[in-house]
Write a protein that binds this ligand. Sequence first.
Ligand code: ZN
Length: 117
Amino acid sequence: MPIYDLRCQQGHRFEVIQSFTAELPACPVCRSRAVKLPAGCALSGVAAVPPAHDSQPQTWRGTYHGDRGYLAELRAQAQARSRLEAKYPELAADQRPVIAHEGRYEAAPLRLGDPLE
Ligand SMILES: [Zn+2]
């Protein structure tokens, strides 16, 4: 549900979390009618996060048959991701090697150390 900034006729400001269709509450201070304030601007200029290593192409075809420009772009993304993960290890994906990825493990690859059923 969205958060609304409200202001009453006396100038008191408060916030409510409620559905779009619900009736707006009265001011908690003076009980007068409140109106929605325009939404504030969101933060902009968010840094681009390099894609995870797992999202790199896994096949030759996925690299447009080794297109040099695309490979250079992928390499730059991978290096940027590695630098990010070095700084913020909690962002790093599972680093254990995949030991089975076909058949029953296609959806969830078996990694070294996973229990065998
Ligand atoms: Zn008020």
